[in-house]
Write a protein that binds this ligand. Structure first.
Ligand code: ZN
Length: 160
């Protein structure tokens, strides 16, 4: 078992660069373990992982549509400032969690404040960005039955 394939647990070291800056990395941390083929990681990266061998490194460029999506010009909502709960600081850049129509939590950030109208941007902060990953496969193991049922890895930090 030395080749990445679906339903296997893969441990990787990685770094993610966006616009030339490293914004995420496993350096100084435990390697990232994920379950191949279960959308645990960005689709454009998961696709490129297939067939990689233990010890192999790769540079992967992921286009926005296979990363965090394109910037959606419809994903902006204007709300009167006086409708904000008092505990939320109404400042540009503030990130908040709100519920969508299905009652699911979604993240937004404040993009503009003008004439007491606040513009919320529901795009992911990395929407529209090209992602540059550097990955190295450290280990591969078989997933257990529970992990396959849940569709994710059960490491020491995860219990339910
Ligand atoms: Zn689980």
């Amino acid at each position: 078992m030395d080749t990445v394939a679906n339903d296997l647990v893969v441990a990787i070291d990685y770094s993610l660069r966006v616009d030339g800056d490293v914004i995420d990395s496993s350096e100084g941390q435990e390697p990232l373990e994920y379950l191949q083929g279960h959308q645990n990681i960005i689709p454009g990266l998961e696709k490129e992982m297939l067939g990689m061998k233990i010890g192999e490194s790769k540079e992967v460029e992921v286009q926005p549509k296979e990363g965090y999506g394109e910037n959606d010009p419809e994903a902006f909502v204007e709300i009167p400032k006086n409708q904000f709960p008092e505990h939320i600081p109404v400042e540009i850049g503030t990130e908040l969690q709100v519920e969508n129509e299905q009652g699911q939590p979604v993240y937004a950030r404040i993009d503009a404040i003008e004439n007491n109208i606040v513009t919320l941007n529901f795009n992911h902060p990395l929407a529209g960005k090209k992602l540059h990953f550097n990955v190295k496969v450290l280990a591969i193991r078989e997933a257990n039955a529970e992990e396959l049922t849940h569709g994710h890895v059960h490491s020491g930090h995860h219990d339910h």
